[in-house]
Design a protein around this ligand. Structure first.
Ligand SMILES: *Cc1c(COP(=O)(O)O)cnc(C)c1O
Length: 451
């Protein structure tokens, strides 16, 4: 790299429009340049080291600097950098990846449709769900139900299905045919109910919504196993079984968004396996390639695939099953398998992380510490006895996040929740380092005496 740091910041400010940012504010500080990564650590342009407790953006499951992946990519690039999968053609890596991904997905899921991202995967199942019903003479079954504070990507269908108000306000969303029900966020919305009662209540909002719209008008319901961007909100144990029961009873497709929870994050290959439910379709991305190259897809159950197989599908992307991205994903999945990383999350580092994360509940400003596998959500609260929220929840989260960043720990804050999702290769000592630095951030929040 030739440009020096201040140069790059100026160039970036002048020419680079960033996602999810206000450019005038960003340009005042200048974008932080990340220059290098190794294991669970990243290094900025000045050489400062950070523990990346967020795995990039929920995706670098095998950690940084894995030469198995870069070498596989380089080989594929030299052999065949690109070919499409449209006109009755395929490539070896796309085909083998389809086999490998579905091998881990349970016996009723044997097909995958490739995309380049989670958002495209969302748009894909959204269309396929409607094709599925129409092919069976049920062209009226087009409505889709999703959840407030869910996240399913940033394309038009993705942002519409997501339950983020600020996203809906930009671009006249949601598009027609999309409805939202409540989220199983007990700490904030559970009132006097026990978490279990509240989980049932939230699941039954789905039943009520289906009945309101009419069962023969509803195509599908979509949810993340654990809401990610919404704040790592772990649903009460009663929630998922009831959701699965309702989808079955009302004959609508259950779409489980595995973009974060897939590929070991929850200690199983897929998040739905952790919660014991079976999706009809499941979008995947992120951990599929550990972010080394962009690739996503939709897992498709036999029930759906058998119907779709009879249809000419007018849907696809130039880079669906891109051979180089597929080779990165194959090498990534080989690492997950060879190093037993999924089992490691379930049996070793997951329980270790859970204990450390839960220990934060003794801190004065922590209302609740939720954790599954290597995914943690930490609710900040000025008064945990009454589950009170901060008057300015965003400020509380940002305060802790920035303090951590100063001290070499990358975490994310969603409003007043701190989010962790470290690479699956994180060591016990590195978990300790992370918790210690996070505690520093929590101490800082306490000292600021925000109400
Ligand atoms: C990130 C994410 C998406 C969107 O994936 P992109 O690759 O950013 O398009 C969809 N669903 C969930 C649950 C996600 O976390």
């Amino acid at each position: 790299m030739t440009a020096n740091l201040s140069n790059l910041a100026a160039i970036d400010a002048a020419h680079h429009m960033h996602p999810f940012n206000k450019m005038t504010e960003l340009n005042e500080k200048g974008a932080r340049l990340i220059a290098r990564g190794e294991g669970v650590y990243i290094f900025d342009g000045a050489g400062k080291k950070y523990l990346d407790a967020f795995a990039g953006l929920w995706c670098v499951n095998v950690g940084y600097g894995r030469t198995e992946i870069t070498e596989a990519v380089s080989r594929q690039m030299q052999e065949l950098p690109y070919y499409n999968t449209f006109f009755g053609t395929t490539t070896e890596s796309a085909t083998l990846l389809a086999q490998k991904v579905t091998e881990h997905a349970g016996q009723n899921i044997n097909r995958v449709f490739f995309t380049n991202s989670g958002s495209e995967a969302t748009d894909t199942w959204f269309r396929l769900a409607r094709v599925y019903w129409k092919a069976q003479g049920k062209a009226e079954k087009v409505q889709v139900i999703a959840r407030r504070n869910g996240y399913h990507g940033s394309t038009v269908a993705g942002a519409s299905l997501g339950g983020m108000k600020l996203m809906h306000e930009q671009g006249n969303l949601p598009i027609e045919g999309i409805h939202h029900i409540g989220q199983p966020y007990w700490f904030a919305e559970g009132g006097d109910l026990s978490p279990e009662e509240f989980g049932l209540k939230m699941a039954r909002e789905l039943e009520a919504k289906i009945d309101e719209l009419g069962e023969d008008k509803v195509a599908a319901f979509v949810a993340e196993p654990v809401q990610g961007a919404g704040g790592v909100i772990v649903p009460p144990s009663t929630y998922w079984p009831e959701i699965a029961r309702i989808c079955k009873a009302r004959n609508i497709l259950l779409i489980v968004d595995e973009v974060i929870c897939g590929f070991g994050r929850l200690g199983q290959w897929f998040g739905h396996q952790h919660f014991g439910v079976e999706p009809d379709m499941a979008p995947i991305a992120k951990g599929l390639s550990s972010g080394y190259l962009p690739i996503g897809g939709v897992l498709i159950s036999d029930r759906v695939a058998d119907v779709l197989a009879q249809e000419e599908i007018h849907h696809g992307y130039t880079y669906s099953g891109h051979p180089v991205a597929a080779s990165a994903a194959l090498a990534n999945l080989a690492i997950l398998e060879n190093e037993g990383l999924v089992d490691r999350v379930r049996d070793d580092i997951g329980p270790y992380f859970a204990k450390a994360w839960k220990s934060l509940e003794d801190h004065e400003v922590v209302g609740e510490a939720q954790v599954v596998g290597l995914m943690g959500g930490l609710q900040l609260s000025p008064d945990k006895a009454t589950r009170r929220r901060y008057a300015k929840p965003d400020d509380a989260g940002v305060l802790v996040r920035n303090h951590c960043l100063e001290n070499g720990l990358v975490m994310r804050a969603t409003s007043d929740r701190m989010l962790a999702s470290p690479p699956l290769v994180i060591s016990h000592a590195q978990v300790d380092e992370m918790i210690e630095k996070l505690r520093g951030g929590l101490d800082h929040l306490r000292e600021m005496r925000m109400g």
